[in-house]
Design a protein around this ligand. Structure first.
Ligand SMILES: *Cc1c(COP(=O)(O)O)cnc(C)c1O
Length: 400
């Protein structure tokens, strides 16, 4: 079967959606390719009876070490998962199930109102199973304050889940302070670090978290692999959600995908080595983009927090109903850019982003907002092109 190639006149859009996913780094892809075919490291890492199995296990354990180093964990605290969605599910459902076994009752869970759906949906599912759930509102910058968290806690709260970096806004929560509040009350603290890992320095011991979720494809690793950090302590217990063989210290069964683990490990080490340089360059490009469009009429930057991850710029292209662009028209007109309207997860439906609404935007403003996310392979030329493209599209839409 031959596939019809796309017509030559279709130019690839400039990719400014690194917060949705990143391309795999070439050196990472090369390492992964070595773990697939007969000549390569293809054996089952759980095969204990031959050398090929041991070699695969060695590769997986080296990758586990690379991931552990990225977040300051012990290798025994890393549980491989299929991504951050599974890691979040394991953290929330695993902790909840364990609580119910111990207390013969459903307790109280606190999450932020602007978590990724991969936390909000498991929380709602647990609510339907008899647990109580409180969703803490952020401030106008998207930050979860200590006061708001404290006000949500109850005597029967056993789990709090707050993300480190919000995927739509890029704002950074003070996880260390929030986790300390929970620790003093004996409450487990989970953090979704899918948008922060590999972008800002993370030390789980310093942050004081009990559980932390990672996703490789957000830091130039492959899709379909992630990890859950589970602090080694008697009071941090989670019940497995996938059974079958007792892999990953009984917390997550299933044959490990050597190439995926190796890919995540390599991308973690690469991110660690490039942490400062990447952040500096990406911040410069992000600021160049903002300064190139900031003077356009009726523009408003969403989230003005000074604590913001390097790559994300979220902008509303409307002030009120009568001044600004139609969000759908804007996205349709920006054909030469790959960007997100609010969040990738919301783009299928044109319902306004719950994150933007939570920081005070109305439906019109939220629907006329775009998230630009810059990454490791973004060039100055691409940003300059994006600025020109946005300027001409917005000016055209304003006139009509
Ligand atoms: C991407 C993302 C996820 C989901 O990760 P997957 O590995 O794609 O399942 C969860 N949380 C946040 C904050 C994310 O950005």
């Amino acid at each position: 079967m031959t596939l019809t190639p796309p017509p030559a006149n279709i130019r690839k859009p400039v990719y400014l959606d690194y917060a949705a996913t990143t391309p795999v780094a070439p050196q990472v892809a090369a390492k992964m390719a070595e773990c697939l075919t007969l000549e390569g490291n293809f054996a089952n890492p759980a095969s204990r009876s031959h050398m090929l199995g041991w070699q695969a296990e060695e590769a997986v354990e080296h990758a586990r070490e690379q991931v552990a180093v990225l977040i300051g964990a012990d290798t025994r605290e890393i549980v491989w998962t299929s991504g951050a969605t599974e890691a979040n599910n394991l953290a929330l459902k695993g902790a909840a199930e364990n609580y119910r076994i111990l207390h013969k009752a459903g307790g109280h869970i606190v999450v932020s109102a602007i978590e990724h759906k991969a936390v909000l949906d498991p929380a709602s599912w647990l609510e339907a199973q008899g647990f109580a759930v409180t969703r803490v509102q952020p401030n106008h910058e998207g930050i979860i304050t200590a006061e708001n968290l404290q006000a949500a806690l109850r005597d029967d709260t056993f789990l709090v889940s707050i993300m480190q970096v919000n995927n739509e806004l890029g704002c950074i929560n003070d996880i260390k302070s929030l986790a300390a509040i929970c620790k003093s009350r004996g409450i487990l603290f989970h953090c979704d670090a899918a948008q922060s890992a590999g972008k800002i320095a993370i030390d789980v011991k310093d942050l004081g978290v009990d559980l932390l979720s990672l996703s490789a494809h957000k830091f130039y690793g492959p899709k379909g692999i992630g990890a859950l950090y589970v602090r080694r302590a008697a009071d941090v217990k989670i019940a497995a959600q996938i059974h079958g063989g007792g892999h990953e210290r009984n917390m997550r069964s299933g044959t490990l995908a050597t190439h995926q683990c190796v890919g995540m490990g390599e991308s973690a080490e690469l991110a660690q080595n490039n942490l400062v340089g990447d952040a500096q360059r990406i911040t410069e490009l992000r600021d160049l983009l903002w300064h190139g469009i900031a003077d356009l009429p009726n523009l408003k930057r969403n989230s003005t927090s000074s604590q913001c991850v390097s790559g994300i710029l979220n902008v509303a292209f409307v002030q009120d109903e009568s001044h600004g662009c139609d969000g759908e028209m804007l996205l349709l007109s920006l054909r030469d850019l790959a960007v997100s309207s609010g969040s990738a997860c919301n783009s299928a439906s044109m319902s306004p982003s719950y994150v933007l609404k939570a920081i005070g935007l109305n439906d019109t403003q939220a629907q006329a907002s775009l998230r630009f996310s810059v990454g490791r392979y973004t060039t100055r030329e691409e940003i300059e092109f994006a600025i020109e493209h946005i300027r001409s599209v917005v000016m055209k839409l304003m006139k009509s």
